[in-house]
Design a protein around this ligand. Structure first.
Ligand code: AMP
Ligand code: GLY
Length: 426
């Protein structure tokens, strides 16, 4: 079967790597892909906002499955257009993608179905939102309703900070995404990511992970798209997974179906494990980046039939096999990130790094006259497996140290929480 993969980041390189290993694959195309993906797929330039053009491409290249990596094309309805054209696609339609595209939508769903989440209110104007913040006090969390490329959330430690975040949203810092705001209770606990493959009715647990959002060691400094991740997340025990399935994922699946927008694709629940139990922070309707990289390294089964079963409503009775290993990924970023990253620095040594159990996924690279250069903020995802998170981390950093890229940097403490747990024997 021919497969078309949409996207260009480290998440998509990891998906391409796993898809390319499938005996069911005939030919892999990626739009637009990146230099790492180009070793596994034919990279094509397609305007993914032009749904008709994507459907035409699929028809002429006899694409049997489209795998959509990022959220924006899903929220924009690419999956709907492809399905209407009779093309199988992994990923939700626009109505189901509201779980990520509108935070207010998801909060209302939680309220209606009794799904544990932070207390909240929705606002479409600044004065009312500010009055609510003054009444509730700080810390408090301000969220632009729509897609804001991971920048729409302010965890405000003071009322003034919260008021400024509200002004930011309504003054257009996030465009349309900030026309509505969710103000919610500040939760404390350990964060974890939980993934399920869904087909509209059935949700199949598909791994856990934890990421590090802050740029600095010890989880300090500005937020980023994620500086590293590991899987599994030790905090997500079997009991907790069962509880999240029962209290959160299953009511979500039921609610979405009852609303006429059944969810198919990967449901990514961002959870806070509070003293009262797991609470939903947010949903994403695609794999996490860089969480996907560690999940793909651990997945023992062929990915293709799993994604097909999701696309074709056949997940009932399907299971997924995982390697009894941990995986950890270290994000190497260009100096300056998450501010303005320096572009164009030369990266070498990647070929010498290759060894069993280590993969370097490209996130923000480009080729300049045949030389690999940095071309984004997060540039490489150095990913390794091991018997434990501690061992996976040793392998990953040993590989990082063999990469010759003076223009890059990484955190040296990815996985610290899990490593401490392992040291304590828990
Ligand atoms: P993102 O939506 O991925 O930009 O990141 C939001 C981050 O803000 C989460 O990963 C949490 O660390 C934090 N966050 C979001 N909502 C809350 C909340 N209600 N309480 C505490 N932290 C939150
Ligand atoms: N790593 C966080 C995300 O993909 O949203």
């Amino acid at each position: 079967m021919n497969i078309l993969l949409i996207g260009s980041g480290g998440r998509e390189h990891a998906l391409a790597w796993k898809l390319a290993a499938s005996p069911r694959l005939t030919k892999l195309y990626a739009a637009p892909g990146n230099p790492g993906i180009a070793k596994l797929a034919e990279c094509v330039s397609l305007d993914v906002a032009n749904h008709g053009a994507v459907a035409d491409f699929c028809k002429t290249r006899e694409i049997g499955l489209v795998v959509v990596g990022p959220e924006a094309p899903l929220v924009a309805g690419l999956a709907d257009a492809l399905r209407e054209a009779g093309i199988a696609v992994f990923g939700p339609g626009a109505a189901a993608a509201r779980l990520e595209g509108s935070k207010g939508f998801t909060k209302d769903l939680c309220a209606r179905y009794g799904i544990p989440t932070a207390a909240y209110e929705r606002f479409n104007n600044a004065p009312k939102a500010k009055a609510y913040v003054r009444r509730m006090g700080a810390p408090i969390v301000i969220k632009a309703d729509g897609l804001a490329a991971g920048k729409g959330v302010t965890v405000a430690q003071t009322v003034d900070e919260a008021l400024a975040a509200i002004d930011d949203c309504f003054e257009g810092s996030f465009g349309e995404a900030g026309a509505e705001v969710v103000v919610e209770e500040f939760l404390t606990g350990e964060e974890a990511s939980f993934f399920c493959l869904c087909d509209g009715r059935t949700a199949l647990p598909f791994g856990t992970a934890q990421d590090h959002k802050r740029v600095g060691e010890g989880d300090t400094g500005p937020n980023t798209g994620g500086m590293g991740a590991y899987s599994p997340a030790p905090v997500m025990t079997h009991e907790l997974i069962d509880r999240v399935m029962r209290e959160t994922v299953e009511p979500t699946m039921r609610g979405m179906a009852e609303m006429g927008s059944p969810f198919a694709g990967v449901l990514y629940a961002g959870l806070m494990i509070t003293a009262e139990g797991p609470k939903l922070i947010e949903y994403n309707v695609r794999f996490g980046d860089p969480e996907c990289q560690v999940l793909m390294m651990r997945l023992a089964d062929d990915l293709v039939p799993l994604l097909q079963a999701s696309a074709e409503g056949r997940l009932d009775g399907v299971s997924a096999k995982w390697r009894n290993e941990a995986a950890l990924t270290v994000v190497m970023a260009a100096k300056g990130y998450p501010g303005t990253p320096e572009k164009g620095s030369v990266i070498s040594g990647l070929d010498e790094v290759a060894e069993d159990g280590v993969e370097i996924f490209h996130a923000g690279t480009a080729l300049r006259d045949g030389t690999l250069i940095a071309n984004g903020g997060r540039v490489l995802n150095v990913t390794a497996t091991g018997a434990t998170v501690t061992e996976a981390r040793e392998h990953a950093y040993a590989a990082v140290d063999r990469i010759d890229w003076p223009g890059g940097f990484c955190r040296r403490d990815i996985g610290w929480r899990a490593v401490e747990r392992e040291k304590a024997g828990k």
